[in-house]
Write a protein that binds this ligand. Structure first.
Ligand code: CA
Ligand code: CA
Length: 376
């Protein structure tokens, strides 16, 4: 019986092999895998928010992202990514709540990336932030702007050069010249002294067109200005809250990197809104040691920031420190440890002050985040 069964299996196996060899069926799997890459990550977060004058808040949150990028031809790529969260442009967190209800998915990225030249790309759609950043002073890391961007990158001996320009749609409206646009340009140069030491420095300009006097950029529709100055206009029976100022930002940044068995970096970032007369500047300075990448590796980061009320557009800056937006200052301490392959543990603590433009309303805001992040 046993021999017979073995015989049947052996014959079936041989026929299978013979059949495969005689009539190869190409499902295109290998070719497809070369053209399309799929990746995702999932973060489970425990968070506490301790804001002076309010009850301590404790919550668990998820962030799930899945993205696919395909090679369209030799010079064009296209990608789509979906994420958890809400329509919030600066967060894809989903709080665990609402009676185990099913949660929404959103379009997080949808772009075409066309290499016009080996060193020049045109990217269009809902795109990854095209501007390099040594810190999250101006842009939240989750922000994926919309429109068109040019990105140039090149290397000349010890120099790495990068430049970008953006034509970005913030708010489309029906009237002529009524759209809120963001026109931006940035350039940076990195000088590699040796393989172990580099210095990078750069600057950028971000000009918002049609923002002063316009309705607030607020996905929640709750007249939130995320720290920025506002004024009210009454027309008929309704009162609208609008931006009181223009935002034309100039930034400068520099970073020093040293490899001494483990990586070390120190950076500074400065921004000024040239259209505001007061509360118009922001800066952030920080250091980092190590890199949590391979199992049992770690990194430590520390930074201090001071972001005045009208230094940047509050809706797009970091959503975590002092509860998000502008008009805050404080410390950020972070430790990351790579537990296993593709599985990382993170601990972040913000010790900040909120509403710093008004001494009577200024108060403490502390936030703790314990993260478990899986990449696949
Ligand atoms: Ca965020
Ligand atoms: Ca329009």
């Amino acid at each position: 019986m046993r021999g017979r069964l073995f015989g049947i299996v052996a014959v079936a196996g041989l026929t299978g092999v013979a059949g495969f060899a005689a009539a190869p069926v190409d499902l295109g799997g290998a070719e497809w895998a070369q053209k399309v890459s799929l990746k995702g990550d999932l973060r489970y977060r425990y968070e506490t928010r301790d804001e002076e004058g309010k009850d301590l808040r404790e919550l668990h949150r998820l962030r799930a992202r899945v993205g696919v990028e395909g090679k369209v031809n030799d010079t064009v790529k296209a990608g789509v990514q979906v994420s958890s969260g809400s329509s919030d442009p600066v967060s894809s967190n989903q709080t665990l709540t609402d009676g185990f209800s099913r949660k929404n998915l959103y379009i997080d990225l949808a772009y075409i990336d066309w290499a016009l030249l080996p060193e020049l790309s045109l990217v269009g759609g809902k795109i990854k932030n095209p501007f390099m950043s040594v810190s999250d002073l101006i842009w939240d890391g989750d922000l994926n702007p919309e429109g068109l961007a040019l990105q140039a990158r090149g290397a000349r001996e010890a120099l790495d050069l990068s430049a970008g320009a953006g034509y970005l749609w913030v708010q489309e409206r029906s009237g002529e010249d009524d759209d809120t646009m963001l026109y931006a340009a940035q350039a940076a140069v990195k000088y590699n002294f040796t393989d172990e030491v580099y210095v990078e420095a750069g600057g950028g300009y971000y000009g918002y067109d049609e923002i002063e006097g316009r309705g607030l950029i607020d996905f929640e529709n709750s007249n939130k200005s995320y720290g920025n100055s506002t004024r009210k206009v009454v027309s008929g029976g309704t009162t609208n809250v609008i931006y009181d100022l223009k935002y034309n930002l100039v930034e400068g940044f520099a970073e020093l990197g040293i490899w001494a068995g483990i990586p070390f970096r120190a950076y500074g970032h400065y921004v000024v809104n040239t259209e505001a007369d007061e509360n118009d500047t922001g800066y952030q300075a920080g250091i980092g040691i190590g890199k949590a990448k391979n199992p049992k590796t770690y990194e430590l980061n520390y930074s201090y920031y001071d972001l005045e009320k009208d230094a940047v557009v509050g809706a797009f800056t970091d959503s975590d420190r002092h509860g998000g937006g502008t008009d805050g200052r404080g410390h950020k301490l972070q430790a990351k440890y790579q537990l296993l392959k593709n599985l990382q543990l993170g601990l972040t603590y913000f010790m900040t002050e909120k509403t710093i433009s008004d001494d009577a309303k200024k108060h403490d805001y502390d936030r703790l985040q314990l993260d478990l992040v899986a990449n696949f």
